[in-house]
Design a protein around this ligand. Structure first.
Ligand code: ADP
Ligand code: MG
Length: 138
């Protein structure tokens, strides 16, 4: 387990970028944290770290966002508004089973049944004054 403290959105993005460099194809990242914690910010770092352009905005009304990067596709699933695990499986079966891409589950804690046992868990907590504590558990 690694714990980081960041003092700006850019620092949070940088932690994501560093982690991305260590992720093999087919990895799943389970992101947890309250609204505004910095999950999308962290996701941007993962995308950039895999060689994508900086384009990870909050996917407000779309369940799956796909970013193409030098290392392969990054599938970003925002589960905030999803109602059932079945709905997510139906919408993103192929993405959830990718072997050459990266899967990022934002609000993963809402659907623990979708999180593979080998997923890397990233928890982001607002600890005040613009700071965030980021815990990465492999
Ligand atoms: N240290 C920090 N790390 C990440 N975001 C921060 C930090 N300090 C302030 N922020 C702000 O918090 C918000 C995080 O937004 P976002 O990444 O969309 O959160 P989430 O996806 O978890 O809802 C942004 O407005 C960002 O500017
Ligand atoms: Mg978000």
């Amino acid at each position: 387990m690694s714990i980081f403290t960041t003092a700006s959105p850019d620092e949070t993005t940088a932690i994501g970028q560093t982690l991305a460099g260590k992720l093999p194809h087919g990895s799943t990242i389970a992101l947890r944290g309250a609204l505004g914690a910095g999950k999308t910010c962290f996701t941007r770092g993962l995308v950039v770290g895999w060689g994508g352009s900086d384009m990870a905005t909050s996917p407000t009304f779309t369940l799956v966002h796909e970013y193409s990067t030098q290392r392969g596709p990054v599938f970003h699933l925002d589960l905030y508004r999803a109602d059932t695990a079945e709905e997510i499986w139906t919408a993103a079966y192929d993405e959830l089973n990718t072997s050459n891409g990266l899967v990022i589950l934002e609000w993963a804690d809402r659907f623990p049944e979708l999180v593979p046992a080998e997923a890397i868990h990233v928890d982001i907590t607002d600890i005040g004054k613009g700071k965030r504590r980021i815990t990465i558990t492999p």
